[in-house]
Design a protein around this ligand. Structure first.
Ligand code: GTP
Length: 476
């Protein structure tokens, strides 16, 4: 073979890896690596490129002649990385053991990609370092995809993870796979795109942020109803998209998440830097991630529904007895810890039996539902009420004193006076109630607090109903 043709390498005089005297080495490199499927590059001690194979030139998007003699700085996305690698690896004191690392590279034209590089120093017969050989592959190779799949499996099979940890870990796996900065699970209702969970390496994006869907790339993903990716938005057909104009996100890949057959939102990854074109593996992985998330979200929604069922009174929609007492207990603990007052009112509708007797059980049910609706419109956001039994309720007011609680009881009375309760098409009644008000005393239990409030309520009944009595205080 003609030497010149064989050695289409750099022939400049400044490199200390002199080809004229090292023809053998270059011939060897050419024979060994020209047909290699992995990208191979050799740089001299000045970090100038003296050999590359076709795969390398293709990976970086250059003609070989454009790269020969160039410092490898041209290949790095970040100049700092170039200097750091130089300090660590490309110097005469560097170890000659092979070494592997990941770094962001830059193609001709600026598109960036995450590369896995393995390399080692090259020495001459006297043992002096004369250059460096590196094997570079895109981090998103088949091997990387398998690694990502393994991580997804590890996360889904780890029963010790909470919902939030699981979701965050899956987002992180996606970020690592693509080498991006932002990962989002969105919940989409109408035109609202709400960031439900996210990982943002720059900590700028926060959960619960809401965008109009038209301002996000996901609008295209939803329209396509499948995974969609843009690896260099600034050079794509959507470069006028508001998301590009506002956030300069150069790369994006997103997939719709469907839960129980209905659109829930999207999972998407994005970066301010361009990346290499997405490959089949990337699309497959996005599908697997979206399916995995869909299952996890479905499970969470089912659990929430079950919890709601277990804590809600079926007829009125108020908290049921167990949930009311549990919440009361929590509030009493809090009240003790931060030393604020807490009041409860035990409420019992007057002569309720007569409604059932005169208009039937269904009419009684309607009265209970309407009474509950009116009662739950009262008070502060932190107040809550629950149904304790048939026509008995308690109203809990954390942070309120006796005056505040009496005000609530009076408001309920006024509302009931203003509103006739419709029992059926023709009939309506006015309801009254008897109530017992108890102010929580430090150290007492839920049972004593309730008992004192109930006793005061029975007192109100005894005294003629339609009134509020104060509970006895505990004798010291
Ligand atoms: N419709 C309906 N009635 C209920 C429900 N739960 C309990 N009740 C009825 O509520 C009535 C309560 O009656 P009582 O305990 O005698 O009390 P009251 O008639 O309100 O009289 P006072 O409390 O003394 O004013 C009973 O008839 C119960 O059957 C329910 O879920 N739906």
């Amino acid at each position: 073979m003609d030497d010149d043709k064989k050695n289409d390498g750099y022939k400049g005089s400044s490199n200390r890896f002199d080809f004229k005297s090292n023809v053998l080495q270059l011939t060897l490199l050419t024979e060994m690596f020209d047909s290699f499927s992995e990208a191979v590059v050799v740089a001299n001690i000045d970090r100038k490129i003296i050999y590359m194979n076709d795969t390398f030139a293709e990976l970086f998007g250059y003609q070989k002649q454009e790269l020969y003699g160039q410092q490898t700085k041209i290949l790095y996305a970040n100049e700092v990385d170039f200097s750091e690698q130089g300090n660590k690896r490309f110097n005469i004191n560097a170890k000659s053991t092979p070494d592997s690392y990941r770094v962001s590279y830059q193609r001709k034209g600026g598109a960036q990609f995450l590369g896995v590089t393995s390399g080692t120093t090259m020495r001459n017969a006297s043992g002096e370092v004369v250059g460096y050989i590196a094997f570079i592959r895109s981090a998103r190779s088949a091997e990387q995809s398998l690694d990502t799949l393994q991580h997804i499996h590890n996360i889904t099979s780890n029963v010790g993870l909470t919902y939030d940890q699981r979701v965050q870990d899956l987002l992180q796996v996606g970020l690592n796979h693509f080498g991006f900065e932002i990962a989002i699970i969105s919940h989409i209702t109408g035109s609202d795109y709400v960031v439900e969970s996210c990982v943002d390496i720059n900590s700028e994006l926060k959960p619960a942020t809401c965008f109009d869907i038209s301002g996000t790339y996901c609008v295209h993903t939803l329209k396509a109803n499948k995974t969609l990716g843009f690896h260099f938005t600034g050079k794509s057909e959507i470069k006028n998209h508001p998301c590009y104009q506002n956030f300069k996100l150069e790369s994006y890949i997103g997939t719709p998440i469907k839960v129980d057959g209905k659109l829930y939102g999207t999972v998407n990854f994005s970066s301010h830097f361009p990346t290499e074109p997405f490959c089949k593996d990337d699309y497959t992985l996005m599908g697997i991630l979206a399916d995995t998330l869909s299952f996890i979200i479905y499970k969470k929604i089912s659990e929430q529904e079950l919890l709601l069922l277990a804590t809600t009174d079926e007829l009125t929609g108020l908290l049921n007895r167990r949930a009311t007492l549990e919440r009361l207990d929590e509030q009493m603990l809090m009240s003790k810890r931060v030393n604020y007052s807490l009041c409860i009112i035990s409420i019992d509708i007057d002569h309720f039996k007569q409604i059932n007797d005169m208009w039937g059980h269904a009419a009684g049910d309607k009265a209970l539902v309407e009474f509950s609706r009116i009662m739950s419109t009262l008070g502060r956001k932190t107040d809550f009420c629950g149904r304790i039994g048939g026509e008995e309720f308690i109203f809990v007011m954390p942070g309120s004193d006796e005056t505040g609680a009496i005000h609530i009881a009076n408001s309920l009375r006024e509302k009931l006076q203003e509103n006739n309760i419709k029992l059926n098409e023709e009939d309506a009644v006015k309801l009254t109630f008897s109530a017992g008000l108890a102010v929580y005393e430090n150290k007492e239990s839920v049972e004593t607090l309730l008992m004192r409030a109930d006793q005061a309520m029975y007192q109100a009944k005894k005294q003629g109903r339609d009134q509020v009595c104060l509970a006895e205080i505990i004798e010291k």
